[in-house]
Structures are given as C-alpha cells and as structure tokens.
Design a binder for this molecule. Structure first.
Ligand code: NAP
Length: 246
C-alpha cells in the first residue's frame, strides 16, 4: 500500500503518455506505466521518474483486450489497493482513404483507441465507485472534433471517446469521479514524425499559434485535470491545440 495517489497511464512508456507519467510523478503521484510492446522504454521512463525522486511501476497490457484489462486493474488493486487517476492515452493510427480502408484497419484503430478506453474505464470504475473518488482523463484529438481526410477510423475512435467521456461523466459524477477528455492538436511524437516535411509545414500553417505542440503541453493539461484544483470540472473536452479547433 502507498500513501501516494495511484495513477495509471496507458501507453505511458513513450510519447505523450511518457510526458504525462513524468508530470504526474512530479506532482507526487505513484505512476503505474502501462505498455504494450515497449517494455524497454517503459523501464527507461520508470528509471527517469525514480532519478527525479518519484515513484513508478510498469505493467504490460494490451488495452484492446477486455479480459487482459480486467486482470491488469486487478493486479494494480492487489499491489496498491486503489487507483486514483486513470489516463487513457494508448492510441494508434492507420491512415488511408475511406474508400480504400480495409475492415481490419478500421477495427484495429477503433479497438485500441475507443474500445481500449472503454475497457479501462469499465474495469477501473468499480474500484473508483467503492472509493467514491477518482479522476479519468482520456486522450481524444482535434481530429475527433473536426474530422480529417484519410483518418476516418482514427477520427471515429476519437469522436467516440468524447461521447464515452460525457456519458461516463454523467454516470459517475454523483460518486465523486470526474471524467474528462483532452483534445490535442498536432504534437511532436513518433505518431506525427512519420508525416512528410511538406505535410508538417501545411499543418503548422493551419495552426493559429504557428507551430506543433510539445508532449509537455499536453502533460500539463492532464496534470491539471488530475489535480485537486480540477475537482469541479467534469464531462469537458480540453483542447490543447494552439488554437486549431476554436
Ligand atoms: P505514440 O508516440 O505513437 O505512442 C503510442 C502509445 O500508445 C505507446 O506508448 C504505445 O505503447 C501505446 N499503445 C498502442 N497500442 C496499445 C495497446 N494495444 N495497448 C496498450 N498501449 C498501446 O503516440 P502519441 O503521439 O504519444 O499519442 C498518445 C495519445 O495522444 C494517442 O491516444 C493519440 O491518439 C493522442 N493524440 C496524439 C496527437 C499527436 O499529435 N501526437 C494528437 C492528438 C491526439 P507501446 O509502444 O508499448 O505499444
């Protein structure tokens, strides 16, 4: 058992999830870093947190797997007794034009991004209901608000997260659990590094603030929504996008 608040960050080994894990640890939470394939990176992130005086743990789970998520939260509950903060960050893209998109590519993205978020909320909510407190923060996207050519699967999954967030917020509000989403714009990570320089230039030109965001920009917003200061905020979608989706 730990005196610290227990935070779970899915996909916390790298990218935005890593920045969120570091920020939540800096705020004094014990962070359980979930990973799927990146065990080495998860170990590195844990070591980085510990080197800065924080506490972290790592635990593998494919968030798209309902039963594996149940076992994951059971393991966290057995070790730490509770989960105070859940950040649903795990996500993937598999871009392509709608007309040519395979059923497999549509399902894979929705299974990880949307069903994965459902799976984690579903299994953590029982614990949070018992505790009568909790913070759930899920990563949507500006693409879920506005759509994007070539990303029908991703946009659908990220728009779905907004509906899921608002429904869960309504169901859980009376039990002291807040549920919010963050909609980042274009943030520099492995996910966006695959874009060509030309596409990146066009994106930057479409952002009122003129440049892509950093993982820390998103992490600060997540840490705020997880903090005591955000206790009266629920069912919201916080845009961290340099003004893209005003
Ligand atoms: P990223 O660098 O590609 O990292 C993706 C993360 O998701 C990895 O940690 C990965 O873990 C994890 N993941 C993927 N499939 C998983 C699964 N089945 N189970 C558990 N974890 C899984 O992506 P990112 O840019 O940091 O994005 C993080 C989140 O922010 C995503 O939800 C993304 O949609 C959202 N977002 C990103 C941007 C952006 O511009 N970058 C904008 C808006 C929203 P492993 O490596 O261990 O598999």
């Amino acid at each position: 058992m730990s005196e610290k608040k227990i935070a779970v960050v899915t996909g916390g080994a790298r990218g935005i999830g890593k920045a969120i894990a570091l920020e939540l640890a800096k705020a004094g939470n014990l962070v359980v870093i979930n990973y799927n394939g990146s065990e080495e990176k998860a170990r590195e992130t844990k070591a980085e947190i510990e080197a800065a005086g924080g506490q972290a743990d790592i635990l593998q789970c494919n968030v798209a797997d309902f039963d594996a998520c149940e076992a994951f939260f059971k393991a966290v509950a057995e070790k730490y007794g509770r989960v105070d903060i859940l950040v649903n960050n795990a996500g993937v893209t598999k871009d392509g034009l709608l007309m040519k998109m395979s059923e497999e590519d549509f399902s894979r993205v929705v299974d990880i991004n949307l069903k994965g978020t459902f799976n984690c909320i579903r299994h953590v909510s029982r614990m949070m209901l018992k505790q009568r407190s909790g913070r759930i923060i899920s990563l949507s996207s500006v693409v879920g608000l506005r759509g994007n050519a070539g990303q029908a699967n991703y946009a659908a999954s990220k728009a779905g997260i907004i509906g899921l967030t608002k429904s869960a917020a309504k169901e859980l509000a009376s039990r002291g659990i807040t549920v919010n989403a963050i909609a980042p714009g274009f943030i520099k990570t492995d996910m966006t590094d695959v874009l060509s320089d030309k596409v990146k230039e066009n994106i930057a030109a479409s952002i009122p603030m003129g440049s892509m965001g950093t993982t820390e920009d998103v992490a600060k917003a997540a840490a705020f929504l997880a903090s005591d200061g955000a206790r009266y905020i629920t069912g919201q979608v916080l845009r961290v996008d340099g003004g893209m989706a005003m």
